[in-house]
Design a protein around this ligand. Structure first.
Ligand SMILES: C[S@@+](CC[C@H](N)C(=O)[O-])C[C@H]1O[C@@H](n2cnc3c(N)ncnc32)[C@H](O)[C@@H]1O
Length: 209
């Protein structure tokens, strides 16, 4: 299944950014910019972006930590990372790595923040649990994990339409993840806070120990 997902993203990589702009109505990358603005980092810090995809978030993260900081993007799809590398090649302090987020090639306490945008709900049981465990391991003590994800709409009609859409896609697991993600995050972090975004379609979960 993981191989299927990886190949799917390899094939989808050329169209991904255009799809995001249409699907999330995020033509200017405003949602990822919002996420990066909420990360408690300072100049010179190091940030890891999990499931970085085409790296939409990486340039915003680079602006937050400045030229003395360091940003790492990790993903298992070579196709997505090819697009990502094109976008970030001008920056020597952005590193791109091909790896499964369930097995991070970093030492304990390596990062001042970890992010994950619109990917958590796609991760399956064991991978998701391992990814969270690894996130806690590589974060420096007291530092934050920020996750941006689709939100379940308040309006019952729109919420039902989203349920139908996800179920018709065979995405029951993704729906279950969205419904229970706060409880899942609280298994790994003492403090979990939800921030609303301007679109109302996505939210940011800020997690810290
Ligand atoms: C919907 S895209 C999100 C990309 C990006 N974070 C964004 O905000 O646009 C999901 C990404 O997660 C990656 N991914 C899914 N499972 C993964 C895993 N187990 N390890 C590493 N990357 C994974 C996919 O290759 C894909 O690039």
């Amino acid at each position: 299944m993981k191989n299927f997902r990886r190949k799917y993203y390899d094939a989808f990589s050329k169209y991904y950014d255009r799809f995001v702009a249409l699907h999330s109505r995020d033509t200017q990358g405003g949602l990822r910019k919002f996420l990066s603005s909420k990360i408690p980092v300072k100049e010179g810090d190091s940030v890891l972006d999990m499931c970085t995809g085409t790296g939409i978030l990486l340039l915003y993260l680079q602006q937050r930590v400045g030229p003395k900081g360091f940003v790492t993007g990790i993903d298992f799809s070579r196709g997505m990372l090819e697009v990502c590398k094109m976008k970030t090649r001008a920056y020597s302090n952005i590193e791109i790595l091909e790896s499964d987020v369930a097995y991070l090639p970093f030492k304990d306490n390596s990062f001042d923040a970890v992010t994950c945008s619109h990917a958590f709900y796609e991760l399956k049981g064991e991978t998701r649990e391992r990814m969270l465990k690894e996130t806690v391991r590589v974060l420096k003590p007291g530092k934050s994990f920020l996750m941006m994800e689709h939100d379940l709409p308040e309006n019952p009609v729109i919420r039902t339409l989203l349920y139908i859409r996800l179920l018709s896609m065979g995405a029951k697991r993704a729906l279950d993840t969205l419904k229970h993600e706060k409880e899942t995050l609280e298994n790994y972090f003492k403090f979990v806070e939800k921030l609303e975004t301007r679109t109302g379609r996505s939210k940011v979960m800020v997690c810290r120990n």
